[in-house]
Ligand binder design. Structure first.
Ligand code: NAP
Length: 429
């Protein structure tokens, strides 16, 4: 074993960074044996240097992250600050000064992954980011390496623990969205500003990263259709139950049948209780991968949290250190397929539509005609009348999102339709 240590600069020492530092210290001997050289924490960049950080030598702490990555003797920079800047500049500077990079930063990778990969290649260094998607769950490496000989057609998953916790609460207790969110906040599952989670931004960033790797093409954050889960109601859950379904916020990346294009989307959807994703409870994540040769694979586990996320960071650190000792680099970006990313209108799926209608003869026929005129075939209809008003629940066969949107617009123009109470996609069948 080499005795000269590999030097690691840790950028950020918060929820994830503090756990990375702890594991580097407590597992030092095992890590050295697995890598073939010891790894040494050479510096820790933070924003508030006076904060007490258990297990961290105060002499290593600095607020000058740029100077740390420019030192020239750093082998690996671990970026766990988050956000776009200064993380982006720090990673680029790290490559320029000879370091490889491990990051957990989904927002940055989804926005600037291509440029960061190009910078890594230009300087002959590694860029690894297993922790950026689904915390501890090995997903990037299985897609990037284990499935590199197969053809992935679909990635479908729950990639945000906060929203899964909220939806699971609504499902199991009958609570409304706000009540479930309040509980998630009180228990530390939701941040004070939960927008990134509940509006689907976090999941959309992960979908962009997953789709790009799975289909060997570039998928930008803007290419991902995004709908949050703030509009999901207790009534939606009651409807879902009547259909033998539950509701999950799903990230869905699909290759078209002809293989020429892909789609990526994040939105709440009903899934049958028999689907394995339906039983993913609490803040857990799970991702289904469907490929030509392997068939269906499911990856399941804790999608966030300091220690689980640090596990993924450490796995990358070991891989990058091994590459470094071998004078090699691991797989870089694979975007050769250069596929078109189709708009949401071209996505084909089933829909559950709940309408408030007048309770009088002929309404059902009128509504059915609108569906037929837009080429959307109805699977089931359920009507419930009360005091001259009725609710009509229509479940369709597979139709394009554009056809469904046209149908809903036309339904809203019918005198007998008082309102469209909810529209929910039905997935996983
Ligand atoms: N938390 C999770 O469960 C989780 C899961 C998966 C991925 N991630 C990703 O991991 C990354 C880190 O998340 P986190 O939860 O650990 O965040 P966090 O707890 O907020 O920690 C951020 C750290 O970065 C430091 N920092 C902020 N601005 C800085 C600057 N300009 N220069 C130097 N240091 C700076 C902070 O310093 P102070 O300590 O002085 O404030 C803090 O130590 C993010 O990209 C996140 O998306 C997190």
């Amino acid at each position: 074993m080499r005795t000269r240590p590999l030097k690691v600069a840790l950028l950020g020492c918060g929820v994830v960074g503090s756990e990375v530092a702890r594991i580097m210290t407590t597992h030092a001997d095992d890590l050295a044996a697995r890598i073939g050289a010891p790894v040494e924490l050479a510096g820790v960049a933070v924003r508030r240097p006076s904060r007490v950080r258990e297990g961290i030598d105060p002499g290593l702490v600095t607020t000058d992250a740029t100077a740390l990555v420019k030192r020239g003797d750093i082998d690996v920079v671990v970026e766990v600050i988050g956000g776009i800047e200064p993380a982006r500049s720090l990673i680029t500077t790290a490559f320029e000064h000879g370091a490889s990079v491990v990051s957990a930063n989904k927002a940055l990778l989804a926005q600037d992954g291509a440029a960061l990969h190009a910078a890594a290649v230009e300087h002959g260094r590694d860029l690894y980011y297993e922790a950026a998607v689904a915390g501890a769950i090995p997903l990037i490496r299985p897609l990037r390496e284990s499935l590199a000989g197969d053809k992935v057609n679909r990635v479908l998953g729950i990639v945000n623990g906060t929203t899964n916790f909220i939806l699971d609460k609504m499902d199991s207790t009958g609570a409304g969205y706000q009540e479930a969110l309040d509980e998630a906040t009180a228990l530390g599952y939701a941040e004070a500003d939960p927008t990134a989670d509940v509006e689907g931004f976090d999941a959309a960033a992960k979908a962009a990263i997953l789709a790009g790797i799975a289909f060997h093409t570039r998928v930008r954050l803007d290419d991902v259709y995004r709908e949050g889960m703030t509009e999901v109601t207790a009534a939606d859950f009651r409807s879902a139950k009547e259909m033998g379904c539950t509701i999950k916020l799903l990230a869905i990346c699909e290759r078209s049948k002809d293989g020429a294009s892909v789609t990526a989307r994040v939105h709440p959807a009903m899934i049958p209780l028999s689907h394995p994703l339906a039983s993913v409870r609490g803040a857990y994540n799970a991702v289904f991968v469907e490929s030509d040769a392997a068939g269906q694979l499911m990856f399941y586990g804790p999608g966030a949290g300091g220690s689980p996320t640090a596990s993924a960071v450490l796995g990358d650190l070991v891989a990058v250190c091994r590459n470094r000792l071998n004078g090699a680099t691991g797989p870089g970006e694979s975007a050769y397929a250069d596929l078109t990313v189709s708009p949401m209108g071209e996505v084909v799926t089933r829909y559950h539509i709940s309408l408030d209608v007048a309770d009088k003869p002929g309404v059902l026929a009128q509504v059915a005609t609108v569906f037929a005129e837009h080429g959307v075939s109805i699977d089931t209809v359920r009507q419930q009348g009360k005091d001259g008003e009725a609710s009509l629940v229509v479940v369709t066969h597979r139709a394009s999102d554009a056809s469904l949107s046209g149908t809903v617009e036309a339904l809203r123009n019918l005198d007998t339709v008082r309102g469209v109470a909810s529209i929910m996609r039905v997935e996983g069948e």
